[in-house]
Design a protein around this ligand. Structure first.
Ligand code: 5RP
Length: 218
């Protein structure tokens, strides 16, 4: 299987977690796009979707899937999204597509987080993928200085403005041994909107695409 075939396989497997007549939380990125395309095949069975980005909302709408504002949704049984890195405790780094804040919000509401990823995303220790942090623009330099104190190497993601009008700082050179604690530490820095560690709210299920099929890790 190619990487795209593995992404398609996990997206198909994720559809099994979608129950009839529910609102589905939908993530962002190339793997999530495969899921949106699979969701289109069963769109008559669901009530609609909540999207974690404008890009995913557009793709859902292009398939004729109703997109709802999260504020009008009482219950979100399942959220399906990809990851940039995931460890065996199902802690993740997310935000490669700059959608981390809305992803974290939708994930917080959802009962179950299903992570879909090809095998290249599974790591022993998080941090080889630069950790994205969404920052209020006027706090950019302050946040960068605080990150250096924590041992990271911050780099502004050039030319990127998030759906919320903020900037992204990517933090290189980390080896995140304690993801829950580090997520909390980063949240203490004034000016940080969201950091891309999804550890306090980790995934509940990982559907991992491998050359010989989909492995389910819980
Ligand atoms: C977007 C994300 C994505 O889930 C992450 O970047 C993975 O994307 P892809 O499926 O394209 O590898 O967090 O902000």
């Amino acid at each position: 299987m190619t990487q795209d075939e593995m992404k398609r396989a996990v997206a198909k497997a994720a559809v099994e977690y979608v129950s009839d007549d529910c609102i589905v939380g939908v993530g962002t990125g190339s793997t999530a796009n495969f899921f949106i395309d699979e969701l289109a095949l069963i769109k008559h069975r669901i009530d609609g979707a909540v999207a974690s980005s404008e890009a995913s909302a557009q793709r859902l709408k292009s398939h004729g899937i109703r997109v709802l504002d999260l504020n009008v949704v009482d219950e979100l049984p399942v959220y399906v999204d990809g990851a940039d890195e995931i460890n065996r405790q199902l802690h993740m780094i997310k935000g490669g597509g700059a959608a981390l804040t809305r992803e974290k919000i939708v994930a917080a509401v959802a009962k179950q987080f299903i992570c879909i990823a090809d095998q290249s995303k599974l790591v022993d220790v998080l941090g080889r993928f630069p950790l994205p942090i969404e920052v209020i623009p006027m706090a950019r330099s302050h946040v960068a200085r605080e990150i250096v104190k924590l041992g990271g190497h911050p780099a502004l993601r050039e030319g990127v403005v998030t759906d919320n009008g903020n900037v992204i700082i990517d933090v290189h050179g980390l080896q995140i041994a304690q993801p829950v604690e580090f997520e909390r530490t980063l949240n203490q820095i004034v000016g940080v909107v969201t950091n891309g560690l999804f550890a306090e709210r980790r995934a509940d299920v990982l559907l991992l695409g491998k050359p010989d099929g989909v492995q389910t890790i819980t």
